[in-house]
Design a protein around this ligand. Structure first.
Ligand code: PEP
Ligand code: MG
Length: 842
């Protein structure tokens, strides 16, 4: 097997890619390789080759070796934004270079002050040609040490093979965790038995089926459609053998001990179903994305394909200019959209378009486009290729939040493509009373939906954490994500019932069913109107026990809305919304101003600010964190604040400053041990001492880790109040990922195990004279409300639209009744048994 040695292109210290503070590189979306912390200022050729790409901003260059290996070198992070300042390219496109030839000189001092990082990446972008690679570590010197050794795949030999070319039909991958190492190894060893060249193709991505790393490199996931292409003397035999094995899961899922490929006897019955499937032919299943019932008629939202010419002008610079202009125009459009939305105090939607703007700056994306432009492709073709490849990679990531961003990338990608081709992004024209069905709905489309026209929507892609789902909830439109793809075949105009709370779509409903649901909806609407009319009244049980009903908010717009819906304050400001979708952290002044503005909107009622709760599954672009095996059990919530105290100190100072003249409380997420709360209190005291002119601010913790509930009495001695985060408390108690498409519906907070922990928390707090609130989704569940009241919870912090209904649920019973109900609930065995105790009138 051929070996290719890549020498150090710079003086510096080698770091693994995983340590690069940019997920595009650390997650190897661009390819595998290494990073160098540079100690010299001229990037040199690490091997002989041809310059096949030179970014116009001068910060990145690709060399292609005589073996066809593409080596991308990218100086610094986010340096594309410097638009060439500080870079001095010493080569031109198409130039042949020898080892050690200067490629780009750069001004390290200038970059150190204006770029996010000086780390320089050396990445093999066509990893499918490489069977394996090993990187060195430590100090290296320009042109001396071998820093990367590549063992090349045997593609060269295969290309000489002649014969017919045969392609399989599309195969849906049934492996629950996709083609990970084991099935990839089975496939590769199976493929190696044949002489033909064998490719595994998924959309624009392809892998050499004889190379494990190449197969893994395209991250084929459950449900992906792939095609096997064989070219050579035994091509037909390849397809006949490999296609059924792939369709049957390559012996994956422990259905039998991993067999040698020759002995695999696939049992199709054992192949796991790609999606949840209902036995009822009239019920299509998906994931609950936004609650509510919609009875309406199907409207299929199909996007016209934008025609893209493959080849561009003979001069690639002209195509590059076209792309730059289109990107600038798209950024201006997004800027204008944000200004409009901010004027309407709709910060959440504005943040989504700010994130789109950021995506347009993504260096990985621009690098792919650059490489296509250098090969003579048109700007539209290069751009389309770049965003579809990147979106495909994102969509296959295990991190659901990151995977959800694939839809955003396609959305903003189409915007730019529309500009490039003169075919602007079309507006969906939706008939009144529609249930919208789409492969995927772009966030910008969702933001424009009118709840009066669209009664609900279902998308084949996406999940409960996607932007589309967040927007649907904000618009109060029922929605289902990840719906059975058969939904795409339903004819326009056919009657359906969409249940956004249960995550399914009923087709062919009988007239009786439709009229039952329509009547129930009318009843609900009447109740809702009555509850809303009484929303300004306090929530008091029939025997005079008062419960505070406050709002969960993400920003000022929610706070204002909450006040019109009867909120008696804010029980949870998810302050991370101020940090998300930005390029840099909000400053102390920015934070102090927004907290004071929200507090002022509450007219003297209390505001509980939860400190930054990110990490694990909620990444921040400017807060790089090492990849974690179990992010939900890793550096999350307050652990970030303790790990990087400056972030927490800044926020604490902002809250203390904003507290002057307002009723502010501070709350810390994910507290698991007494040491953590004691450290946090120490930090707050230190900051308070530096700010003498502040009013007292009460301190509380979220009880969302079972340990905090179990040791409630000890924790109660440390703080002024508790707020139980039942979303996380449920996930950690039942060991069920709250975002998991299959487990989500089983992770019911009304499970008696959670109720026992709530009772324990209330008892521990009461023994020390402290109060307990609930700020998890359970507080918005009318069936849970009387039980929580009966357990002694004093405050219910719920989503803004739920406030009137929650108040009505408190008013519906006596406290004595609630207490008896709570005792009964504690004695049950399952969440279903608990729910059966409380009729669901809502
Ligand atoms: C919770 O875990 O219940 C909670 C309120 O916090 P979040 O949903 O923001 O994690
Ligand atoms: Mg939580």
């Amino acid at each position: 097997m051929a070996i290719l040695e890549i020498r150090a292109p710079l003086d510096g210290v080698i770091l693994p890619l995983e340590q690069v503070p940019d997920p595009v590189f650390s997650q190897k979306m661009v390819g595998d390789g290494l990073a160098i912390d540079p100690l010299s200022q001229v990037l040199t050729a690490p091997c002989p080759g041809t310059v096949t790409q030179l970014h116009h901003a001068g910060h990145a260059v690709t060399l292609t070796t005589s073996e066809g290996i593409e080596i991308l070198m990218h100086i610094g992070l986010d340096t594309v934004a410097l638009k060439g300042q500080g870079f001095d390219p010493r080569v031109t496109l198409g130039q042949q270079v020898a080892l050690g030839d200067a490629l780009i000189a750069f001004d390290a001092d200038r970059l150190a002050t204006s770029a996010k990082s000086l780390l320089t990446l050396l990445i093999v972008t066509n990893g499918e040609l490489v069977a394996s690679m090993s990187a060195t570590s430590g100090r290296v010197h320009t042109g001396q040490e071998v820093c990367l050794t590549l063992t090349l795949a045997e593609v060269g030999a295969a290309t000489e093979i002649r014969g017919k070319r045969v392609a399989s039909a599309a195969i849906v991958i049934p492996n629950p965790t996709g083609l990970h190492a084991r099935p990839a190894a089975v496939l590769a060893s199976l493929a190696k038995r044949f002489k033909s060249r064998i490719l595994l193709q998924r959309g624009d991505d392809e892998a050499n089926a004889k190379s494990v790393t190449s197969i893994m490199g395209i991250e084929i996931a459950l449900g992906d459609k792939v095609v096997v292409i064989a070219e050579g003397p035994d091509a037909q035999e390849v397809i006949d053998t490999i296609a059924p094995e792939l369709a049957a899961g390559l012996g994956d899922e422990g259905s039998r001990p991993a067999p040698a490929p020759a002995t695999i006897e696939p049992d199709p019955a054992q192949a796991p179903a790609p999606r949840p499937h209902s036995d009822d032919p009239n019920l299509l299943l998906g994931v609950a994305a936004s609650p509510g019932l919609g009875v309406g008629r199907i409207y299929q939202l199909r996007r016209a394909e934008i025609a893209v010419p493959e080849t561009g002008d003979e001069d690639p610079r002209k195509e590059r200019r076209k792309l730059d202009d289109a990107l600038d125009r798209a950024k201006n459009e997004l800027e204008a959209l944000q200004t409009e939305l901010k004027a309407a105090a709709d910060a959440k939607k504005a943040a989504i378009f700010a994130a789109h703007q950021e995506l347009l700056e993504d260096p990985g994306l621009l690098d792919i486009a650059e490489s296509a432009l250098a090969k003579g492709k048109s700007a539209a073709y290069a751009w389309h290729r770049a965003y579809t490849i990147q979106a495909g990679r994102l969509a296959r990531l295990k991190n659901l939040v990151m995977a959800g961003r694939a839809v955003d990338l396609r959305d903003v990608g189409r915007r730019v493509l529309g500009i490039l081709t003169g075919q602007p992004v079309e507006e969906p024209r939706v008939p009144l009373g529609s249930i919208l069905i789409a492969e995927d709905l772009a966030p910008s489309d969702t933001a424009k939906l009118n709840p009066k026209e669209v009664l609900g929507f279902a998308t084949v892609g996406g999940g409960a954490t996607s932007h589309v789902a967040i927007l649907a909830r904000a618009l109060d439109i029922p929605a289902v994500a990840g719906i059975d793809p058969r939904a795409l075949e339903l004819p326009d105009g056919s009657d359906v019932i969409l249940d956004g709370g249960k995550g399914h779509l009923r087709i062919n409903p009988s007239p009786d069913e439709v009229s039952r649901i329509t009547q129930a909806q009318a009843r609900l609407a009447t109740n809702k109107a009555a509850d809303l009319a009484a929303a300004g009244e306090p929530a008091t049980t029939t025997d005079g026990h008062r419960v505070e009903v406050v709002a969960n908010i993400g920003g000022l717009a929610d706070a204002r809305k909450g006040m019109t819906m009867g909120a008696e304050g804010v029980g949870l400001l998810r302050s991370e919304f101020l940090y998300l979708e930005r390029a840099t952290a909000p400053t102390e002044d920015e934070q102090a101003a927004i907290y004071a503005e929200i507090a002022a909107a509450l007219n003297g009622q209390p505001l509980i600010i939860r400190t930054l709760d990110v990490g694990g599954d909620k990444p921040l672009a400017y807060l790089p964190m090492p990849r974690e095996e179990n992010p939900m059990l890793g550096i999350r919530g307050v652990r970030i604040g303790l790990d990087r105290p400056e972030i927490l100190r800044t926020q604490v100072r902002a809250i203390l400053r904003a507290g002057k003249g307002h009723c502010l409380r501070m709350m810390f997420p994910m507290i698991a041990t007494l040491d953590e709360i004691r450290s946090v209190k120490g930090l707050v005291e230190e900051e308070r001492a530096k700010l003498p002119d502040t009013d007292p601010v009460q301190l509380g913790i979220m009880v969302e880790v079972p340990a905090a509930a179990v040791l409630a009495r000890q924790f109660a001695r440390e703080v002024d109040f508790f707020s139980i985060g039942t979303n996380d408390l449920t996930q950690y108690t039942l060991a069920m990922d709250r975002g998991h498409p299959k487990l989500g519906s089983k992770a019911d907070a009304l499970n008696p195990a959670i109720l026992q922990l709530i009772a324990q928390t209330v008892a521990g707090a009461a023994a020390e004279g402290k109060w307990v609130g609930i700020c998890g989704g359970m507080a918005s569940d009318p069936q849970a409300v009387p039980i929580l009241v009966g357990l002694g919870v004093k405050e219910l912090s719920c989503s803004v639209p739920a406030i009137p209904i929650v108040k009505a649920a408190v008013r519906g019973r006596s406290f004595a009744d609630c207490q008896a109900l709570a005792q009964q609930a504690l004695a049950q065995g399952t969440a279903a048994e608990v729910r059966a105790l409380v009729p669901n009138d809502y």
